[in-house]
Each structure stands twice: as C-alpha cells, then as structure tokens.
Ligand binder design. Structure first.
Ligand code: ATP
Ligand code: MG
Length: 281
C-alpha cells in the first residue's frame, strides 16, 4: 500500500520533485493569468477613455460649433442691419467661449484622472470652502427662489487643494439648485464623523431613480429629467467632483428619491493631526 511505501521512504523522494514541478506550473499559470488580466483591464480602460474622447469631439463639441458656423455664414452671406450683426457677433463670441470652456474642463478631468495635476497640500477649513461656494451660488438660488441654508461646520480642518475642493462643492451646490423647482430649500451641512469630515448638500429637487444613480458619475451622462428641465449642462461636473474627491482620499455617497430630492455627501479625511503639528501663528 502507499502507506507502506511511504513509511519506508520509497515514495517520498519521488513525490517531492513532482510536487515542486506541479506547484511551479500552477504558479506560472496563475501569474500568467494575472498578467493577462491586468493588460486586458488596461486595454479596456484605454478603450473607454478613447470612446469618451470621441464622444466629446463628435457629440459635445458639435452644438456650439454648429451655432458658430451658421452665424458666421449668415454674416458673410446676407446684408444685415447693424443691430442684427451685433447680435450674431455676440452669439459667436459666447458660443466660442462655451466651446473653450468645455475643452478646458474636459482636459482638466483627463489630467486629474491621469494624476497629472499636482494637488496642493494646504490646510484649510471646510467652513471657508462651503461659505465661498454658497456666496457664488446665491444669485443662482435667488433667481429660482430657492432658499439656501448653510450651517456652520465645526472642527472641519482639511488638508488638500482648496481651489479644487471649492470647485467640487460648488458643482454639487449648483446641481442641487439646477435640479430643484422654485420655492424649495437647499441645505449644506458639515459634520465630523470620526476621522472624517462629511459635507452634505441636500435638495428637495426632482431626484433620481436607482437606474439613473448608477450612471451619474459617468462623463456626459444626464438624466431625462435633467434634459427635460431645460437646465444647461454637459454632464461632466460629477465626473470631475468624483475625481477630485478621490484624489483627496475621500468618497461620495448619494441618496436620492424621484420627486423627493437628493443628498450628496462628500467624505474627506480630517486634517486634525496635521493642524496640531503645524506651528501656531
Ligand atoms: N441634485 C441633483 N438632483 C437631481 N439630479 C441630479 C442632481 N445632481 C446631478 N443630477 C443628475 O446627474 C447628471 C450629471 O450631473 P453633472 O453635474 O455631472 O452634469 P450636469 O449638471 O448635467 O452638467 P455640468 O457638466 O454642467 O455639471 C445631471 O445631468 C442630472 O441628471
Ligand atoms: Mg453639474
């Protein structure tokens, strides 16, 4: 029996090299599998980036370009009153600026995602950022008769790029205002959750269903409700917000219910230790 052979050391000398050969074959196979899988994932990511770039060029850039082409043709071909020419020139100007802005944001999110943006490491308070964003968003809110309620954030020291963070929070705030009907409320709160600072933007807008929620961080995605609302947008804002938050070691949570409203919460690592380490001025 095998036991008998084993007991007399007859099988063992042969078993060891067989086992070693088998293990190394399995190891090589696993390594090969992992390497192939990584290359495949990289290729997929490249492909989707390429597809998004193509989508941007063919779909998003076309709208302002068509307006510019049409208007310039009008000026060139027809005798128009001075007033009409001025109007058209203004349209060309604003559309070309919109195009430039779109290209700029598209490139900035690409650079961010590729880690080509050097994030500053400044110490700042969540409060300052929230207040600055609210200041900028107030005219938008007033135009829609939306009450903007900003609650003070205590203990909200953060470490990172203040300007980018302001960009992110402003995007959430402007979304909340854009996708809410008049006479509703948008509330911004900041709380400390253990080692994290949570900044929440809550609205009573038209919300999103579960299917839509799965796509909102994708570049250029807009819900049907957003399109139908007449509010302008390119659908790239949240992709940038997510990238900025990710680069700061944070995350975003979204809760939403159609017809009731949404709440976007940005969770960021608090910088309390870092502040304690800095000299007091
Ligand atoms: N607070 C919100 N309430 C309801 N829908 C929202 C809200 N925030 C985002 N959305 C949905 O998610 C989509 C993506 O948002 P995102 O900010 O990326 O793009 P956008 O606002 O359409 O355009 P922009 O690039 O100008 O920000 C929106 O078009 C909208 O459909
Ligand atoms: Mg937006």
């Amino acid at each position: 029996t095998p036991y008998w052979l084993f007991g007399r050391n007859i099988v063992f000398p042969y078993l060891a090299p067989v086992l070693a050969a088998w293990l190394s074959t399995a190891g090589a196979g696993a390594y090969q599998y992992l390497a192939v899988r990584r290359r495949w994932r990289q290729a997929e990511a490249d492909k989707s980036r390429y597809q998004q770039a193509m989508h941007f060029v063919t779909h998003e850039m076309r709208t302002p370009l068509t307006a510019i082409q049409g208007s310039s043709e009008l000026i060139a071909r027809y005798k128009l009153s001075e007033e009409k020419r001025r109007q058209i020139a203004e349209l060309i100007h604003s559309e070309s600026r919109r195009l430039a802005r779109m290209i700029e944001t598209f490139l900035s999110v690409e650079r961010l995602a590729a880690g080509q943006v050097d994030l500053k490491r400044e110490l700042f308070q969540a409060d300052e950022v929230v207040a600055a964003c609210a200041e900028r968003a107030r005219p938008l809110a007033e135009r829609k008769r939306i009450r903007l309620r900003v609650e003070p954030v205590t203990n909200g020291a953060l470490l990172g790029d203040r300007e980018l963070m302001e960009y992110a929070i402003y995007n959430l705030l402007s979304n909340a205002i854009k996708y809410s009907p008049p006479d509703t409320e948008v509330r911004v709160t900041g709380t400390r959750r253990g080692e994290q600072v949570a900044i929440a933007v809550r609205d009573q807008g038209f919300g999103m269903d579960r299917d839509e929620l799965r796509h909102i961080f994708r570049k250029f995605y807009r819900t049907k409700r957003a399109e139908a609302s007449g509010e302008k947008g390119t659908g790239i804002g949240l992709a940038i917000v997510q990238e900025i938050v990710k680069q700061h070691g944070g995350s975003i949570e979204v809760e939403s219910e159609p017809g009731k409203g949404s709440c976007f919460t940005v969770l960021l690592p608090a910088a309390s230790e870092a502040r304690a380490a800095l000299p007091q001025s």
